[in-house]
Ligand binder design. Structure first.
Ligand SMILES: [Zn+2]
Length: 191
C-alpha cells in the first residue's frame, strides 16, 4: 500500500514554493518531499520533470532548499546573506543545465539537459532564487507572520503588505484563531 504523503503547497514563485516543501519550521515541521519519489513528483508539478532521483540527489535538493530559506530569511530582515547559503545556491545554479524555451503560445518553459537530471532541475530553482535575492524582480521578500511558520515568501502585492506565506493555510489559521478568541471573549462577556 502506498503511504499518504503531505500535499504540496503551490505558489507562483518557484524558489519560495520550493522552500515551502518544508513547512511549519518553527512548529511541528512537515516534510513534503520525504522520499526521492516525492521530489520527482514536486518537480513534475512545477514544470521540471526529471527521469529519476537518488537519495543523494534528494539530499542535494534539501541542502539547496534550506540554503534558499536561509538566504531569503536574511534578505527579508535585511541581514547579510549567509556565505555558506550563497555558496550552495551558486554551486547548484552552475552545476546543472537547463534552457528557457518559448512556447508558440508565448509561455516560458524549461528544457532540462539531455539526461533530465535532478541537478538540472535544481539549477533552475537556484537561478530563480538568485533572481529574487538580487532584487531583480518586482516584489519583496518577507517572513510569514505565523509564529510556527515564519517562512520567507516573495510578496508581489501592490502594497507589499502581505502577511502570510499562504492565504489558504497560515492566513486562514490565523483568521480562525482570531475568530475563536473573539468568540470566547463574547461568550464570556455574555455570561
Ligand atoms: Zn506561513
Amino acid at each position: 500500500m502506498r503511504a499518504d504523503f503531505p500535499d504540496f503547497r503551490l505558489g507562483k514563485v518557484l524558489a519560495t514554493s520550493f522552500t515551502g516543501t518544508l513547512s511549519e519550521r518553527h512548529g511541528d515541521a512537515v516534510e513534503r518531499i520525504p522520499t526521492p519519489h516525492r521530489l520527482v513528483d514536486w518537480l513534475a508539478v512545477n514544470g521540471l520533470a526529471v527521469d529519476s532521483c537518488t537519495p543523494a540527489q534528494l539530499d542535494l535538493a534539501r541542502e539547496l532548499r534550506e540554503s534558499i530559506h536561509a538566504a531569503a530569511t536574511a534578505a527579508a530582515i535585511q541581514d547579510a546573506l549567509p556565505a555558506s547559503a550563497v555558496q550552495v545556491i551558486n554551486d547548484r545554479s552552475v552545476q546543472g543545465r537547463a534552457a528557457a524555451i518559448l512556447t508558440p503560445g508565448g509561455e516560458r518553459r524549461w528544457r532540462l539537459g539531455s539526461a533530465s537530471r535532478v541537478e538540472d532541475a535544481l539549477s533552475v530553482i537556484a537561478a530563480d532564487a538568485v533572481g529574487i535575492l538580487a532584487g531583480e524582480r518586482d516584489g519583496k521578500l518577507a517572513l510569514c507572520a505565523s509564529p510556527t511558520c515564519q517562512a520567507a515568501f516573495f510578496d508581489t502585492s501592490q502594497s507589499r503588505t502581505r502577511k502570510w506565506c499562504d492565504m489558504n493555510t497560515c492566513g486562514n489559521r490565523q483568521k480562525k484563531a482570531r475568530f475563536n478568541a473573539n468568540h470566547r471573549k463574547n461568550t464570556r462577556s455574555a455570561e
